[in-house]
Design a protein around this ligand. Structure first.
Ligand code: NDP
Ligand code: 2IT
Length: 452
């Protein structure tokens, strides 16, 4: 890499795009980060002299491997898997595994990059990583998923460890997959250690880990409202997705007195103007987690609800929008529509769900807009607490973990307010706040280490 004199975002991005061709999601994540951090770097030349931004945007390493497995018809199948170990300056690598047909190196690089700063914001000693495979778990039997997970772990186990790299779940990787992965890891290593998080409660898992991302997202939203004496209570909320993050965001929003009116999946969204209550959430949980069905089936049971095939929920007028499905699921146009319909807050449960144009629209509008790095850090935070409990060989109560989660989300909010304060405005730029606060700790560690 040429020594770069930092001029502006565009010149920095031109170099990054040249070095990483064909990786649009990675470019997008870095650009959003660079827009916040470059003005800060210009004021603090010590980071630039050490080429911190250039080094931070280069992963420590990427492991790529083939996963061969046998399907139920005894046919041999092959997939590709990755582990992107992005940055371990402040702790062992930490981040989820994603199984989805859309997984590419670009997607996992954007996720590993963002994970580094999200983990820094939690205040826990965790570096950033992400992994996954283009394996499609949809329509596969439990036995097929098991064989795939065992084959994947047969290679991955060499690259991970409780003090090296600690994977967890993400899209397509839930309790079932983590159990198969952990079982194979334990067998290969002949050691029972907390090298994966999101484990079952019978074998080292933490209470509240399943709920943590969704709950944390709502806690963050409540912190934003509370700052101006308001609350999520009584607000209408649209949620996209109907997986782990979406379900528990809905559960906590309901508990705090909000009315949730949408869920979605990759085939469309449901709108329930009566509000999605606890019984309906339990129905969705069973539908998606146990029956592995489609969200459209909701309208067969709840007749007042409508299904909108191939559509996303952002046309429904609401006070709060929580994208909880996947990256780039909210366009610039949809962001403007939400704003025109009077949205007061957008809180991102998914990673990078809003296209850059939408991010700009939300920030410029001055609404309470929480970017994913800050808003969905509750999941990995409780993963960090699971690691602590495993190291101590004990388990904390539900109340204790929930209190720690709330304290961590409050602290992330405070960091965003500190670094995202705008001199001539009442509003907080939470994007700048999260990026600069997350950057700061990682950058200080890298500076201290010298040229490594
Ligand atoms: P799940 O696999 O449990 O659920 C994913 C949901 O999103 C499903 O409803 C799925 O629909 C939908 N979805 C996935 N891909 C697409 C797509 N391309 N287009 C439309 N809908 C899609 O995953 P999680 O709930 O765990 O993850 C959701 C988001 O939250 C991801 O961005 C993830 O990175 C992020 N996240 C997750 C954390 C965790 O702890 N699990 C922590 C922090 C962030 P369908 O069933 O049709 O595929
Ligand atoms: O994106 C994320 O933060 C996660 N999927 C959770 C990672 C973790 O290690 O718990």
């Amino acid at each position: 890499m040429e020594y770069q004199e930092l001029q502006n975002v565009d010149s920095f991005m031109a170099g990054l795009i040249k070095r990483n061709p064909g990786e649009p999601e990675f470019h997008q994540a870095v650009r959003e980060f660079a827009e916040s951090v470059i003005p800060f770097l210009v004021e603090h030349p010590k980071y630039q002299q050490a080429q911190i931004l250039e080094r931070m945007t280069e992963p420590d390493r990427i492991v790529i491997f083939r996963v061969t497995w046998e399907d139920d018809q005894q046919r041999i199948r092959a997939n590709r898997a990755w582990r992107v170990q992005f940055n371990n300056s402040i702790g062992p690598y930490k981040g989820g595994m994603r199984f989805h047909t859309s997984v590419t190196q670009s997607v996992l690089k954007f996720l590993g990059f963002e994970q580094t700063f999200k983990n820094s914001l939690t205040g826990l000693p965790m570096g950033g990583a992400k992994g996954g495979s283009n394996f499609n778990p949809k329509g596969k039997s439990d036995a097929e998923v098991m064989r795939f997970c065992q084959s994947l772990m047969t290679e991955l186990h060499r690259h991970i460890g409780e003090d090296t790299d600690v994977p967890a779940g993400d899209i397509g990787v839930g309790a079932r997959e983590i159990s198969y992965l952990f079982g194979q890891y334990k067998r290969l290593e002949n050691r029972f250690v907390g090298t994966l998080t999101g484990k079952g409660l019978a074998f080292g898992g933490s209470l509240i880990r399943t709920e943590a991302t969704g709950y944390g997202c709502v806690y963050f939203c409540e912190n934003m409202f509370n700052r101006s004496g308001d609350s999520i209570k009584g607000k209408t909320v649209s949620i996209s997705g109907s997986g782990n993050v979406a379900i528990y965001a809905a559960e906590k929003a309901l508990e705090l007195g909000a009315q949730v009116v949408t869920f979605s999946d990759s085939s469309g969204f449901i709108h329930d103007p009566d509000g999605i209550d606890a019984e309906k959430i339990a129905f969705v949980k069973d539908l998606k987690e146990v029956k592995r069905g489609r969200i459209s089936e909701y309208t067969e049971k709840y007749k007042a609800a409508t299904f909108h095939e191939g559509k996303r929920p952002w046309s429904v007028p609401v006070d709060v929008a929580m994208p909880c499905a996947t990256q780039n699921e909210l366009s610039g146009e949809e962001a403007r529509l939400l704003l025109a319909n009077g949205v007061k807050s957008v809180c991102e449960g998914a990673n990078m769900p809003t296209e850059l144009e939408g991010v700009h629209a939300f920030v410029e509008s001055g609404i309470l807009y929480a970017p994913s790095k800050a808003a969905n850090a509750g999941g990995v935070a409780v993963s960090g607490l699971e690691q602590s409990q495993n190291a101590l060989r004990l388990s904390w109560s539900r109340e204790e973990v929930d209190e720690r989660l709330q304290a961590i989300m409050r602290d992330i909010h405070t960091q965003c307010v500190t670094y995202g304060n705008q001199p001539k405005s009442e509003t907080i730029n939470y994007v700048n706040g999260a990026n600069i606060a997350g950057f700061f700790k990682v950058a200080e560690a890298m500076l201290a280490y010298g040229a490594v």
